[in-house]
Design a protein around this ligand. Structure first.
Ligand code: ZN
Length: 268
């Protein structure tokens, strides 16, 4: 009978992944509300979800993650104004992040730490893309969480977490300071510096180094694409937070591997 036991177990494994994904989608839907409301300083508790254009209060049928967006064809049921694509993107990316953490760890304290970290990166990415702001509640709050949760963080000790926060903040502060002195205007904002403090708290000083590389390369590529398409030259403003967040994600998962590859290249 052990075989049958295995089958029941594997069927159960399938169901738990679905439950994790569903929770992820619900959280994603909540994050969409935060992305809209936090920078505008609207209460996140009440009222419930409304259309930003006409104020229509969403019914529960219009508020099911992913499903409602598809059935409403991306439009408000009352005024039929477009619901930004960001809503469905966040409702898909968040469950994927939750599934990744669950697949890596199962349901333990590291899973919670990891979903918190990934959630912060999602919130920061989409808030910065829309408003060019990184709210302190994410970056400073996230730094505190990164330090507090270092005990269940698989890639840093609490010392490395603290050192990462200090190194991350210092490096980005110096870069933004030098840039400001050379160009006479702000290239990296204070929000980016505070975000890097948070990233350091979650990924350590090695993570800071990898985040710097990945964000510089991807940010430069995106910058070139935007410049060519908009023909605005160097004055084109693109938020840097999403690239730092992407870098942090890569660093969290693969910092050690990437450092190994890099060192073997340099010293071979
Ligand atoms: Zn509407």
């Amino acid at each position: 009978m052990p075989q049958q036991g295995m089958q029941v177990f594997s069927a159960f494994r399938g169901i738990d992944f679905i439950i994790v994904a569903a929770f992820g989608a619900i959280f994603g839907s909540f994050y969409n509300m935060l992305i809209y409301r936090i920078p505008r300083e609207i209460s996140v508790i009440s009222p419930g979800s409304t259309c930003p254009k006409c104020g229509h209060r969403l019914t529960w049928k219009e508020n099911i993650p992913i499903v409602s967006y598809i059935f409403l064809k991306g439009r408000c049921a009352a005024c039929s104004s477009r619901i930004p694509l960001r809503y469905i993107i966040v409702e898909i990316v968040t469950p994927l992040a939750f599934l990744l953490a669950y697949w890596r760890h199962g349901l333990n304290s590291t899973f919670f730490m990891e979903t918190i970290f990934f959630s912060l990166l999602i919130l920061i990415t989409f808030t910065d893309l829309e408003t060019y702001l990184i709210p302190d509640i994410y970056s400073i709050g996230g730094t505190l969480l990164g330090l507090l949760l270092s005990g269940v963080n698989p890639i840093v000790t609490w010392r490395e977490s603290l050192l990462g926060a200090i190194v991350g903040g210092t490096i980005l502060f110096l870069i933004s300071f030098v840039y400001f002195r050379l160009r006479g205007r702000e290239g990296l904002g204070g929000g980016d510096v505070k975000l890097m403090v948070m990233i350091g708290a979650f990924t350590g000083y090695k993570g800071v180094v990898v985040t710097m590389f990945v964000s510089a390369i991807t940010g430069l590529m995106a910058g070139i694409i935007v410049m060519v398409r908009k023909k605005e030259g160097l004055s084109t403003m693109i938020p840097y937070g999403p690239f730092l967040a992407l870098g942090a994600f890569v660093a969290y998962l693969w910092a050690d591997k990437l450092m190994e590859i890099y060192i073997s290249f340099v010293f071979s």
